[in-house]
Write a protein that binds this ligand. Structure first.
Ligand SMILES: [Zn+2]
Length: 246
């Protein structure tokens, strides 16, 4: 793939639906981060990079979670998986205006289900990149794209772990503090596993979907500035709120 000037500047945020596009059986999870990084560099993406794996992680093997976090991939437990990723992506764009780049990793069904959100962002100047577990569908015609297994066959050179830009490695998006909007987070895999199988988490997970959607709207309202604030981030917040109200 040739380098593209459009991809050189700005941050790249990778959002990975690990439920629909898991680490292949027998594949070393430590290699995923370096392979994604290498593929992006070949395309010309040389700015800061963060990778976030999102999914229902209760049944993800510990060695996979350990491998991902040790290479600097942020891991988020979200029992609704990919359904929530478009919300996380949109929230990320509030603080990271174009020419930021967004890479989405899923299967063809997952890509199709967020294609409206991605098109919306693309129309506002974000560069969208895709990696797909099965086939690259029509959405990839306007984006740079990879097949997941091809991408994972890339470079294996040992690299420094990515800078996550986060205060922790593991997050539980179910257990959100209603006042601060901060979700549960920790540095240690042992603490994360204990949390996911604890009673408090279990009770919250039972009805997480309506809570997630409520928080999203409230979060946007909290982020919205004054009416005369004409900054690009505030315009995006207001457009998002309007799209949710209709
Ligand atoms: Zn939790």
């Amino acid at each position: 793939m040739l380098k593209n000037e459009a991809y050189v500047e700005g941050k790249t945020s990778v959002w990975w639906d690990i439920d629909r596009c898991p680490v292949p059986v027998g594949y070393d999870a430590c290699r995923v981060g370096p392979c994604i990084q290498s593929a992006l560099e070949k395309l010309g993406c040389s700015g800061p990079l963060t990778i976030t794996a999102v999914g229902n992680l209760k049944h993800t093997p510990e060695h996979v979670l350990r491998g991902l976090s040790s290479s600097g991939i942020v891991v988020k437990h979200s029992p609704c998986g990919g359904r929530n990723i478009s919300t996380y992506i949109r929230n990320w764009t509030l603080d990271n205006p174009p020419p930021a780049k967004i890479m989405f990793i899923s299967d063809s069904f997952g890509v199709k289900s967020v294609s409206r959100s991605l098109s919306w962002l693309q129309a506002r100047g974000f560069n969208i990149l895709l990696a797909c577990e099965d086939t690259l569908n029509q959405a990839s015609a306007t984006c740079a794209g990879w097949l997941w297994k091809t991408l994972l066959e890339g470079e294996t050179t040992r690299r420094q772990p990515l800078q996550t830009g986060e205060s922790a490695r593991f997050f539980c998006t179910v257990c959100v503090d209603v006042k601060s909007y901060e979700c549960f987070s920790c540095q240690s895999l042992a603490d994360f596993t204990m949390h996911l199988w604890g009673k408090e988490h279990g009770a919250r997970e039972f009805d997480c979907t309506p809570r997630d959607l409520t928080i999203d709207k409230d979060y946007l309202k909290m982020m919205a500035g004054d009416d005369d604030d004409d900054s690009s981030s505030n315009r995006i917040v207001k457009e998002l709120l309007e799209s949710l109200e209709t």
